[in-house]
Design a protein around this ligand. Sequence first.
Ligand code: ATR
Length: 281
Amino acid sequence: MHDISLDHYLVVGNPIAHSKSPLIHTEFAKQTQQAIHYEALLIDTSSGAFATAVNAFRANGGKGLNVTVPFKQAAWEFVQHRSERAKRAGAVNTIGFNQQGESWGDNTDGVGLVRDLTQNQGKSLTGQRILLLGAGGAVRGVLEPILAEKPASCVIANRTLEKAQVLVSLFAEIEPLSACTYDALAGQQFDIIINGTSASLQGELPPLPDNIIPAKRGWCYDMMYAATRTPFVQWALEHGAICARDGLGMLVEQAAESFYLWRGVRPKTEPVIEHLRYLLQ
Ligand code: ATR
């Protein structure tokens, strides 16, 4: 039964049981004294199930949703209005409804990554040589906010070169972006290497050449997170990166941006990141 004194929010996906979003948003709400209830909902992957579930939630007075795998593209198609960054990302992870009941969609993943790097960890992307590993939805989702930080160069490496080239063509007007395969990285140096492949999910590493080196004082960042080091974080530490981080901070930062879009209040992220890290152990 809905508590009508609270505004209701959901995270939807399939699978969804593992989602940390209810915990994160509940902590944000406590911290900022916002009267919200946030829970996870598993949606069937059959055609139309996403739209049916979101429409039912809206009809019941629901205020907003986070959307995760595999529905971010369906969410993009579903919403009536899209932010610029959602248009570029081709994916929506945050849905809300305006006063007229129309749906809007945004994508907070890229902002989450950039804030975790720049604000939480004090690593500026400006003027840096950045290497992005992977050319799927995860990388597409973060490209625009990364490029907005004005790196010196940004290379997208992928097993399937064509997919990296398609991403480059979406941002054709932005100069320092290029695509290559992993072999072509041999001997090159980068200031920041960001892993956006799903290889970590299988406990694998992208096929990086042995002699690719994070530059002196170089950073590595895995968009995935884990209780122990991800394979990429382990690789980075063995290859001389001064700092190697996983994506737990990005998860909390993207949630904070969604929370801000819905509630107009910015929660503190640091205590929530620390709490999640503790729970992961
Ligand atoms: P997501 O939405 O999570 O990005 P995706 O669109 O399926 O998922 O993309 C997965 C990305 O991880 C792709 O760039 C994929 O490379 P290919 O396009 O060449 O398939 C990459 N990937 C997955 N497993 C990998 C592995 N073991 N090594 C290297 N790249 C891998």
